[in-house]
Design a protein around this ligand. Structure first.
Ligand SMILES: Cc1cc2nc3c(=O)[nH]c(=O)nc-3n(C[C@H](O)[C@H](O)[C@H](O)COP(=O)(O)O)c2cc1C
Length: 188
């Protein structure tokens, strides 16, 4: 096992791919975040930067690249929906990570809060008002206030780990639920 060391020079890694590789050691779920622009155009993009922030009030965040074609729609509409993907939906992740004029043409969805698309058969939805944006380097952090949510008990999440899609498997012979409850009743 060789550990890769990245020495930053003048605030930047010598090769940006090394920083990406290091960040990719942190596994995440995969979401598709959708909106409806004030002109009525539907937009959506794959994002793994989603995170829970606060239970009371109910806040979540994600971040969007300043250069993303859909950023204007997200900033102007001030509403969005987070769609958490299941392990059967890597094709949807790929679809929404690929720039295209209309990403919704062939898809099944309903319209939720503010007319934002809610994709079919996802693991969970969070329908949000845009509460605050924070400019951070080459991204905008979007903080959303959840106004409605739903989730599925039976399905399993799609994961993104080390630059690849993955599936979750419980650790055999370990049930940490009881122990965790004694130390932390915060965001699950
Ligand atoms: C697994 C995965 C996670 C991604 N996460 C983000 C993210 O958090 N923020 C972001 O700006 N782009 C992210 N992207 C890239 C966008 O999905 C991609 O740039 C997309 O084309 C943006 O949509 P748009 O072209 O309609 O603006 C991710 C892509 C993949 C495959």
């Amino acid at each position: 096992m060789t550990r890769q060391l990245i020495e930053f020079e003048n605030g930047a890694p010598p090769d940006p791919r090394q920083l990406r590789n290091a960040l990719g050691r942190f596994s995440t779920g995969v979401t598709v975040i959708t909106t409806r622009s004030p002109e009525g155009k539907l937009e959506g993009m794959t994002a793994n930067s989603f995170s829970a922030v606060s239970l009371d009030p109910p806040l979540i965040l994600w971040s969007i690249r300043n250069e993303a074609p859909s950023i204007k729609a997200f900033l102007d509409s001030r509403v969005f929906s987070i769609n958490i993907l299941t392990q059967e939906q890597s094709n949807l992740s790929h679809h929404f990570a690929t720039p295209k004029e209309d990403k919704f043409g062939d898809l099944e969805f309903t319209e939720g809060h503010g007319g934002c698309p809610l994709l079919k058969d996802t693991l969970a939805h969070f329908e949000c008002d845009l509460e605050q944006t924070v400019s951070a380097g080459d991204h905008q952090i979007m903080i959303g206030r959840v106004v409605r949510a739903s989730y599925e008990d039976a399905s399993s999440p799609l994961l993104f780990s080390g630059g690849r899609y993955a599936i979750a498997a419980p650790l055999p012979n370990i049930d940490a639920t009881a122990d965790l409850a004694t130390v932390w009743d915060g965001l699950g």
